[in-house]
Design a protein around this ligand. Structure first.
Ligand SMILES: C[S@@+](CC[C@H](N)C(=O)[O-])C[C@H]1O[C@@H](n2cnc3c(N)ncnc32)[C@H](O)[C@@H]1O
Length: 446
């Protein structure tokens, strides 16, 4: 398969890690409020959209909304689909702040929020709604302050202001907690009282008022440039799963798709964002439901084939996706090797992870092909992965799905330095770099 795509694989010096990651958004007005570490940069989206002449842009894994927001800033209509409540909330806060938010009212409400934190009492009923994986995340004074913040925000009638203040609170939870998002893990500081094996030692935690003040000031500072950038534009942010939402959209609705789906690397968004989800009211049952609804990328995910069969029936896109998955040689070869080595895998469920991931991505690719206008393009950022020393060429398999669906694979641009493997795998299988890529697929003209 490599030989088939070899002429289209090329290393691009100008594709830096900063560009394809959140690093590039660290200074970007609005996008810097919520540090969505799985995001890519607005600069990357801008570069990809330049010269496409696109009017309509879709991101089916929208995260914090970088694609749809950037498209809007360029005068295009952006649409994002995102299943986790956090990303759409952050994107909506940016759009709200850019369209009609009164600076004076914001200043009053944000000062009111900080003042509310110095109250002597708090409402027990508004204490942080912990789930088992978030217990002991905050010092006691922060638990109380968070309850005061929730009470203050619940009294604000203007939904624009309450969205922005809620986002501000959510965006500082990690900073004021004993946790840190660290690669694929949520690490814990032993000060939390939890038994932790790999130690994290945060310096002394800021008080909620201090962390919030910084974020609220950052928001105020960004308001003028946001109005310039996104004022007048109303991108659409859809709350839901792409596996369900794409099917409802009419064919040939979009000129360009710019997206980065979850990678097939066991990354569990519900664990990494446990504090934020709990703050937004997710209880244990909703956590489990969300984990199953997300694109399969963890060893906990069960097959969605039956559920998708009920939803899609005999839709050609669904039948095509199943056939592509079941007949994709490189994928089936990788699955056979994993099955033969099932006993020595660190977790046998990586076999179902790989199978589910590609079934769902085949459906996404097939639906995106239907949704693209002739001549339209898909740009996708994704990483290859490795299990049991076996590289899964995600780039080639997905590009094969694209070609089978009727798209031309124009290029697979690779970052110069791919990702190494986990330290556990390095010990057993040696280090070999995995490709980290941006793919460009195009729908032929008419
Ligand atoms: C790599 S991130 C994309 C980040 C985005 N490019 C940004 O700049 O913020 C993948 C996103 O897909 C979302 N996701 C996972 N499964 C989904 C599904 N079935 N439908 C919609 N979004 C999903 C995750 O919550 C995550 O935000």
């Amino acid at each position: 398969m490599y030989d088939r795509f070899a002429s289209r694989i090329c290393a691009r010096d100008n594709l830096s890690r900063r560009l394809v990651s959140y690093q590039g958004n660290k200074q970007a007005p609005g996008l810097r409020w919520l540090k969505y570490k799985e995001g890519f940069s607005a600069e990357l989206v801008q570069a990809l959209l330049a010269r496409t002449g696109a009017k309509t842009v879709l991101d089916p894994f929208s995260g914090s909304g970088t694609s749809a927001l950037t498209a809007s800033s360029l005068g295009m209509h952006g649409t994002g689909i995102e299943l986790m409540p956090l990303g759409n909330m952050a994107a909506r806060a940016i759009i709200t702040a850019s369209n009609g938010l009164q600076y004076d009212e914001y200043a009053r409400a944000s000062n009111g929020l900080i003042d509310a934190l110095s109250a002597d009492s708090y409402d027990d009923a508004l204490l942080f709604p912990h789930v088992p994986i978030t217990e002991h995340a905050f010092p006691e004074h922060t638990e109380k302050d968070l309850a005061k913040a929730r009470e203050y925000i619940s009294g604000i009638a203007d939904s624009s202001l309450s969205t922005i203040l809620t986002l501000a609170c959510v965006s500082v939870l990690e900073e004021v907690s004993y946790t840190r998002k660290d690669g694929q893990f949520l690490r814990w500081d032993p000060q939390s009282g939890r038994k932790v094996s790999r130690k994290l030692h945060k310096a002394s935690l800021p008080r909620l008022a201090e962390a919030l003040r910084r974020r609220l000031d950052e928001i105020a500072e960004d308001l003028p440039s946001l109005k310039q950038k996104y004022g007048g534009s109303i991108p659409e942010f859809i709350d839901g799963s792409s596996l369900t939402e794409l099917r409802k959209m009419p064919a040939e609705s979009f000129d360009v798709v710019v997206t980065s789906p979850p990678y097939a690397n066991r990354y569990d968004y519900t664990r990494i964002y446990a504090l934020e989800l709990a703050y937004l009211g997710y209880d244990g049952a909703r956590f489990k439901e969300l984990r199953q609804e997300l694109l399969s990328a963890t060893v906990e995910n069960r097959s969605k084939r039956k559920q998708l069969a009920r939803e899609y029936g005999n839709s050609p896109q669904f039948l095509k996706a199943l056939a592509m998955t079941d007949n994709q040689e490189a994928l089936q070869e990788a699955l056979t090797i994993l099955r033969l080595n099932a006993d020595s895998l660190s977790n046998r469920n990586v076999i179902t992870l790989v199978e589910n991931y590609f079934t769902e991505m085949a459906l996404v690719v097939s639906e995106l092909t239907r949704l693209l206008k002739p001549g339209g393009s898909v740009f996708m950022v994704n990483d290859n992965v490795r299990y049991h020393g076996q590289e899964i060429p995600v780039d080639l398999i997905l590009s094969d799905f694209a070609e089978q669906s009727g798209l031309d694979c124009e290029s697979i641009w690779t970052l110069n330095r791919g990702k190494g493997n986990s330290s556990q795998q390095m010990g057993r299988f040696g280090r070999q770099e995995l490709r980290k890529c941006v793919y460009h697929w195009r729908k032929p003209n008419g």
